[in-house]
Ligand binder design. Structure first.
Ligand code: 3PG
Length: 307
């Protein structure tokens, strides 16, 4: 019987697991569930006889693909697939997909929620500031960036975006000002919200040069990946600019040093929280299961990322 493994260190909400099971078993496949596993070897062992796999930020590396003799497809239930070794998967003819857009609203809501939290001094009783009238720079205008703009407009923020891969007119029809350069975005906007993927070009690309361009009251919001931030630049900017605030969905590696010196000027989630809603889990998890079914039944390769 065709076996679909759901392997999640950070489990989906129960309703999402039920939804995935309905799709998988409805298609006549068997479902295996591996949650909160402590060792990578547990994932490798569980994947060894699976035909298809659903993961979140779980590490799908060459060792996983080497042991998974039956695997035909792996779907990252979510947007970023920097946790999957695409080359290793391709070398075994394994199709890799993501589920773009399915968990974007949860991430966008978190970005705005964290902005309010820090603008109000972490609700510590002191007088804070408002988002209304502030300029928000959206760095990359994909699914999440677009939703961030929509919510931010509700707060009365003025939205700007930089995305060299999206036509300016497509950005501007959302009432968002499209800028030509990343430098313009950082120099015009007090708030910057990051929505770039983590890849060889973007890793450590958010550096002190960009951070120093931001106007007074600079707040950098990272719901993308911690790897896109240059951590030395982060420390330098904290030291040079007493107005600088950094908010991130999961902490940078140098969080102890930041916590020691810059209390009240940062907020880090304890684990990656962007997509941690039952709605996002249901949307992304069920989409992943449906994509597996469509691929196994009709060879549908929509959303394949290792072409
Ligand atoms: C994504 O890339 O979709 C988000 O970062 C969510 O990741 P998660 O599924 O590990 O919460």
């Amino acid at each position: 019987m065709t076996k679909v493994l759901v392997a999640t260190v950070k489990p989906f909400a129960a309703a999402a697991v039920n939804g995935i099971r309905e799709v998988v078993e409805g298609a006549g496949y068997e479902m295996a569930l591996l949650e909160k596993y402590a060792n990578q070897q547990d994932f490798i062992d569980a994947a060894s006889d699976a035909d298809a796999v659903i993961i979140r930020s779980d590490k799908a590396d060459a060792d996983v693909f080497a042991s998974a003799k039956n695997m035909k497809i792996i779907v990252r239930a979510g947007a970023g697939y920097d946790n999957v070794d695409l080359e290793a998967a391709s070398s075994k003819d394994i199709v890799v997909m993501n589920t773009p857009g399915q968990n974007s609203n949860a991430v966008a809501e978190l970005a705005l929620g964290m902005m309010v939290y820090m603008a109000r001094n972490q609700f510590n009783g002191s007088s804070g500031s408002e988002l209304k009238g502030k300029k928000l720079g959206i760095h990359a205008y994909g699914h999440v960036g677009k939703l961030v703009a929509n919510i931010a407009k509700g707060f009365g923020m003025k939205c700007y975006a930089f995305d060299p891969f999206i036509k300016k007119e497509d950005i501007e029809k959302d009432g968002v000002t499209a800028l030509d350069t990343v430098e313009e975005l950082y120099s015009q906007c007090q708030y910057i919200s990051l929505h770039i993927p983590a890849n060889e070009k973007t890793k450590a690309s958010i550096n002190s040069k960009l951070m120093s361009l931001m106007p007074a009251g600079a707040t950098l919001v990272n719901t993308a990946r911690k790897e896109v931030i240059c951590e030395d630049s982060l420390l330098k900017t904290f030291a040079e600019r007493p107005d600088f605030i950094y908010i991130s969905d999961i902490a940078p590696d140098n969080k102890e040093e930041i916590a020691e010196k810059y209390e009240g000027r940062f907020f880090f989630t304890p684990k990656k929280m962007g997509a941690q809603t039952s709605e996002a889990n249901i949307n992304a998890g069920i989409a992943a299961a449906e994509q597996i079914k469509a691929f196994l039944e009709h060879g549908d390769r929509t959303f394949q990322v290792n072409k």
